[in-house]
Design a protein around this ligand. Structure first.
Ligand SMILES: [Mg+2]
Length: 174
């Protein structure tokens, strides 16, 4: 079994342990899905993802969970070329890549408008505190990743999403 298949299998097991799943998982690009800033790269280069990234994406798709991108990269053309070269661009139901001063608030508003998925049904991974802070205020379960998205971050994300949805449904019952 290839490394990517092993990660996918393990990711499926992790996701399978949780009853209440997000409808959509949103990823940052630079230092979350891949280990570089694509604005510093040449479009002709061949990019690579963090080791667990593709297996996690494949597992989410298999579970029927949509995936999307929210990136503040100032070079969306390079980012989109890299996603296409990696063969993963068609996986994403929304792809918001533009620089902004609003720490991704606008990115998430656009993703919501495009897909209709409520913020409370989204899970988000990013490597910058200011993005995590702004987006979690919108009601999105937001997970900080220190060294790229990996299985540990996936488990943490699913766990925090479940806790959050349980506490909000509990509040409604009272
Ligand atoms: Mg980043």
């Amino acid at each position: 079994m290839g490394e990517e298949e092993k990660v996918k299998k393990e990711a499926l097991e992790i996701i399978g342990q949780f009853q209440n799943l997000p409808r959509m998982v949103v990823f940052d690009l630079d230092h979350t899905l891949w280990p570089f800033y694509c604005e510093c790269c040449d479009e002709d280069e061949m990019p690579s993802l963090y080791p667990h990234a593709e297996g996690i994406l494949l597992a989410l798709k298999e579970k029927g969970i949509d995936v999307a991108i929210a990136s503040r990269s100032p070079t969306p053309d390079i980012a989109k070329t890299f996603l296409a070269k990696l063969g993963i661009r068609s996986m994403f139901v929304a792809e918001e890549i533009f620089s902004s001063w609003t720490h991704k608030t606008e990115h998430f508003q656009r993703i919501h408008r495009r897909t209709g998925v409520p913020f409370s049904s989204m899970l988000f991974f990013d490597d910058e505190d200011r993005n995590i802070e702004a987006v979690s205020k919108m009601g999105v379960t937001s997970i900080y990743v220190g060294n790229g998205v990996n299985l540990r971050a996936l488990r943490q994300g699913m766990s925090e999403f479940l806790q959050k949805s349980e506490s909000s449904s509990g509040a409604r019952c009272k």
